[in-house]
Each structure stands twice: as C-alpha cells, then as structure tokens.
Design a protein around this ligand. Structure first.
Ligand code: ATP
Ligand code: MG
Length: 407
C-alpha cells in the first residue's frame, strides 16, 4: 500500500548501499496507510549527518545539531534525520539536547503518537513497534509510552493530539486524554509560535469543531492570556468547515463573537502574522452588518476592502447569518459579480481623475484636495458611469469644497 516516491526510494537505497539503515518515517507512513497523499516524505537513518553529507552530492545543513540534513534529489528536497533520542524539550521547536543512536526502535520511541511512530522501506517493509497500524484502523490517537511522561517532556503534544484528532476524525484514547487534563498547565511553557501553528492546522482541518476539545480539556487558559474569551464562539463550530480552508477566514469564523480588538489581541498574543491579523480584524468587524442589495451600497463596502476579502466576507455571512438575509445575500453576491465584470470603479486608484489632474486644474495639494478627491470618489461609487475625466473635472468645479473661502 505504501508507494515511496522514486527520489526518496533512491535516497534510502543509496544509504543502504553504504551500509546504513534508512526508512520513510512519521507523517508520510501514516498518511499513506490512510490512503491520503503525504505532504512530504521524511527519512530516518542510522547514518550520522556528516556521513549523509558524504554520500549525497547536494545537501543543505538544515538542522545539523538535531541530526537533520536536507538532501536534494531529482529536484525534490527530503529531510534526512539521524536516529536520535531526545532530551527534554525546551521552548523552541527542538529538544534541548539530542543523542544519536544506532537503533531505529529508540528513534520511534521518542515520537509522539503510535500512528506517527511507524517506519517503512521497500527492503524491510513496515516497522510498527507500538501498534500504530492498529490504532490507525481503529481511529485512535494514543501516546507512545506513558502519556503523563510524554506530555511532561513536551506539552505541545497535548495540542498536537487534539489537532490530529481534528485532521483525521480520530478519538483520543482514554489514558492519553486523562493525561491531557493533568498536564494542561504545562502548555504555558510552550512557545506561542508552536501553539499558533497547531491551532491554525486545527481550524483548517476537516473537523474544526474539535476546537471544543481545547476548552473542554482545560488547556485554553494556558494557550494565551485572553484565549479563553474565545469560548463565546464555540457553538456552531461545525459550520467552520463550510468556509474556505484559508487561515484568516477560519480564524475569523472562530473569533466572530469577539470584537475586533479582542480578536486581533488574541492573534497578537499568538504571534500570528500581521496580514492575518488585519484581515481577521476587518472580517470580525464587518460580518454582522447586513449589506443592502443595492449596487451603490455594495460598491461602498467593496471600496473599503480588497476584492478577495469582500468575497471572504460574503462567505462568512452566508455560513453564520440566518433568515431572510440569506436570500438578500444571493442578490448581493450576484450584484458584486456584475460590479467586478463591468469594471466599476471601486478603488481610488481606478478613478478617472487623480490628484495630479486636480493640480493641473489649479488646485493646490493639501487637505482640500483630499476632500475633493473623496467627493469625486463618492460620486463614482454612486454613479459608476460618471467615472470619466471630463465629467469629474467639471463636477469638481461645482463642489462646495472647491468654492473660494471654503475650509
Ligand atoms: P503533518 O502532516 O502535519 O506534517 P507530521 O506527522 O508530519 O504531520 P510533523 O510535525 O511534520 O508532523 O512531524 C513529523 C514527525 O515527527 C511526526 O510524525 C512525529 O513522529 C514526530 N514529531 C513531531 N513533533 C513531535 C513532538 N512534539 N514530539 C514527538 N514527536 C514529534
Ligand atoms: Mg510533516
């Protein structure tokens, strides 16, 4: 059932030829067994990083200290990591110390869940020392070894358990779930960046309603200072999966009951990028406002945000608003499509008159010019057919802003 890509197979065989063990490992084995297409193929090997570098012509030192070398093969990049035993995890992405080992089982033992602790090669077949295949079939997330110890080593695994259960639609095994409760406060020590990665994957998954588990398991207070306030939006979370699988849209849907400041505040605590923060701020601010099915009104809303964000707004509204507005929304969507097709001016940069034109017509730059441009833009939003240079220049002459003595 497992089809290792040619290039990855070559890397494994070449390591074998030099007397080393090598396997595809972790997520790619899990996904293959599930019949899903793996995102990337990680390789684990008994060869030390220096030995890996000697065997392959093109390599990149990705994380030598942690045993990872990237091997470039047939225009693809593969992470090749030496079998290792992890020390205690620190705040960062990696354990404080690692020790290399010659024993595959020791490497598999350090991995978080049984379904993530399988290795495979064409030569040796599946190596499944912890019942990963059984748990895959049963749909169970279970720690490798003692869950209390494993979550103690790295509390991020708590959130990873919930994230994988959301991506795969699996349940969390009982002992593992109990340990989540017990070790929840340790989440406080985990870096916000790592937490944000897992929460985003959870929201983008097929079962985003699993966000509930973050609250039910008691870890929410330790995710970030104000994260618990997001509890207000916990109902109707199943609806999130009807939204496009994009980061800012799913976050907006989840945080929709917070005001703009609260929502952006949480994302800031989690150190999400500014782009996502800005878009979430806009969507959480706008989604409850019904848009009239009138083109000038629609153009007005469209003029305030990017076209793609306007589409996101309609998507959020159609998922989370109810009642007669849904019919109106269909008309709004249709009108918005026409506005775009007709090339109506909805952004200042598309107006037929610029500040430069006004200067040539004798208006000095300054606040007054700003007012005139605003007034012209208002006119064009109301009557797009008037977006032509001559008309607008004439129109500007009759504006009160342009009268002597004004301002
Ligand atoms: P994804 O499809 O999201 O990439 P993945 O299983 O590949 O899922 P990664 O975070 O890429 O997850 O990690 C690769 C492998 O490394 C995992 O399958 C697991 O075996 C191991 N691993 C990752 N993070 C941890 C951790 N915090 N503790 C223990 N093992 C981990
Ligand atoms: Mg991965």
């Amino acid at each position: 059932t497992i089809q290792v890509p040619d290039a990855a197979g070559k890397i494994i065989k070449q390591l074998n030829t030099h007397g080393f063990e090598a396997y595809a490992v972790g997520g790619c084995v899990r996904d293959s067994l599930l019949g899903r297409v793996p995102k990337d193929w990680d390789i684990t090997t008994s060869a030390k990083p220096e030995q890996v570098k000697q065997i392959f012509a093109r390599t990149v030192d990705t994380g030598i200290l942690h045993g990872t070398v990237t091997v470039l093969m047939e225009h693809e990049a593969y992470e090749v990591t030496t079998y290792r035993i992890d020390g205690e995890y620190e705040d960062g992405r990696h354990p404080k110390s690692v020790e290399f080992t010659k024993n595959l089982l020791e490497d598999l033992k350090r991995r978080d869940f049984t379904i993530n602790a399988m290795a495979y090669s064409e030569r040796d077949g599946l190596v499944d020392a912890f019942g990963g295949a059984m748990d895959l079939n049963a749909g169970i997330i279970r720690c490798v070894g003692n869950p209390m110890d494993r979550f103690h080593e790295d509390a991020l695994r708590i959130l990873r358990a919930i994230r994988f259960s959301a991506q795969l639609g699996f349940r969390i095994e009982e002992e593992t779930y109990k340990a989540i409760f017990a070790i929840a406060p340790n989440m406080e020590k985990v870096s916000k960046e790592r937490i944000a990665v897992e929460l985003t994957k959870l929201l983008l998954s097929d079962y985003p309603e699993q966000m509930k588990a973050v609250f039910e398991s008691g870890i929410a207070p330790y995710v970030s200072e104000h994260f618990s306030t997001a509890e207000r939006g916990l109902f109707e979370l199943e609806k999130l999966k009807r939204l496009p699988s994009s980061k800012h849209v799913r976050w907006s849907g989840f945080l929709r009951f917070l005001d703009q400041k609260e929502a952006a505040g949480i994302l800031k605590e989690l150190k999400l990028d500014n782009d996502t923060m800005d878009q979430v701020r806009i969507l959480t601010g706008l989604w409850k406002t019904e848009i009239p099915a009138l083109k000038p009104e629609i153009r007005k809303v469209m003029s305030r945000i990017k076209t793609s964000l306007f589409e996101d707004l309609l998507n959020v509204q159609s998922v989370f608003l109810n009642g007669p507005y849904l019919d109106q929304l269909k008309t709004v969507r249709q009108f918005a499509g026409e506005i775009i097709n007709d090339g109506d001016c909805i952004h200042l940069k598309d107006m037929a008159v610029t500040g430069r034109d006004l200067m040539e017509a004798g208006i000095k730059p300054g606040p007054k010019m700003g007012e005139i441009l605003e007034a012209l833009f208002d006119e064009v939003i109301k009557n797009p057919e008037n977006n032509n240079r001559e008309y607008l220049l004439n129109y500007s002459k009759d504006l009160p802003e342009n009268m002597p003595g004004h301002g």
